[in-house]
Design a protein around this ligand. Structure first.
Ligand code: 16C
Length: 258
């Protein structure tokens, strides 16, 4: 249809999320772009010495040993392939607070401090204490997003959740019994559909989800390096196995959420 004289044509498309009005938005946007592009890089591509430290079936976990001011801040990158679920379902269960106590075993307490929009929340979490260190808490924004599938335009969308530490005037760090950790986490999920045979309908048996989980946690204060490395070597595999099993179980008799 031809434009009429004087008709106003919008230059930019309408915003997809009301979160863009928020003071944190520029940081959220930039962090999501960086984290997603890093998560998409293969293990070999980074050229920075990822070492495999845990493996179980399709799940592989890599780390780089790094320290900042004598504190262990080893970046982690994990990849997993899970059958029967979609990337949207994985991200939905990772992002939404209503499921968190079901799968997050290190958690003592969780509060949503702010709802920026339906796709962006600010969380305060306290975690279980690891002897002999002080108990930790974390304050972070969390953002869930659907990304276009550039390699297969007709294929399912890619989904991501990015969590990144922030501050809040009412909850300053290291104010009570907890030491504040600093975290940057990216969960990136890509669904593959194996087309059903002609005349049969699509079921969960036709789905598989490639999950990439990247995390950097700075303990924020003294914690013995050996204890810390022993804890994450145990806790990260436990988390990814338990969380993905949880999503499979939650979705098994439900309609597929693409
Ligand atoms: O990404 C995950 N969960 C998200 C939603 O909760 C979110 C949370 C990240 C938590 C980051 C770790 C906070 C410190 C926890 C202290 C560990 C307690 C262990 C208790 C064991 C009885 O993004 C999944 C997170 C999976 C967590 C794995 C554990 C990582 C340990 C890293 C070392 C932290 C330093 C602790 C210093 C004493």
């Amino acid at each position: 249809e031809r434009l009429k004289t004087g008709q106003v044509v919008p230059i930019t498309p309408p915003p997809t999320s009301p979160a863009i009005q928020h003071r944190l938005w520029p940081e959220i946007e930039k962090t999501v772009q960086i984290q997603v592009s890093m998560a998409k890089m293969g293990i070999g591509e980074c050229g920075s010495g990822w070492q495999l430290f845990a493996e179980d079936g399709e799940m592989k976990m890599y780390r780089r040993e790094e320290e900042v001011d004598g504190m262990v801040v080893d970046p982690l990158k994990a990849v997993h392939i899970v059958k029967g679920i979609t990337g949207h379902e994985v991200c939905h269960h990772f992002f939404n607070p209503q499921y968190r106590y079901d799968w997050e075993t290190t958690l003592e307490h969780m509060t949503v401090l702010e709802t920026i929009s339906e796709d962006t929340l600010v969380f305060l979490q306290t975690h279980k204490r690891i002897w002999p260190a002080s108990q930790r808490d974390g304050l972070f924004w969390s953002h869930i997003r659907k990304l276009p599938n550039e390699k297969d335009r007709d294929g399912p969308d890619i989904w991501t959740v990015v969590n990144n530490s922030t501050d809040h005037p009412d909850y300053p760090p290291n104010n009570g019994k907890c030491v504040r950790v600093f975290l940057t986490v990216c969960l990136l999920c890509q669904t593959t559909v194996d087309p059903p045979k002609e005349g049969t309908s699509l079921t969960r048996d036709n789905l598989s989800c490639k999950i990439t989980y990247c995390s950097v946690v700075n303990p924020g204060g003294w914690a013995p390096a050996s204890v810390l490395r022993a804890v994450y070597k145990r806790e990260y595999p436990k988390f990814l196995k338990r969380f993905t099993a949880y999503v499979k179980n939650q979705t098994k008799n439900k309609p597929i959420m693409f």
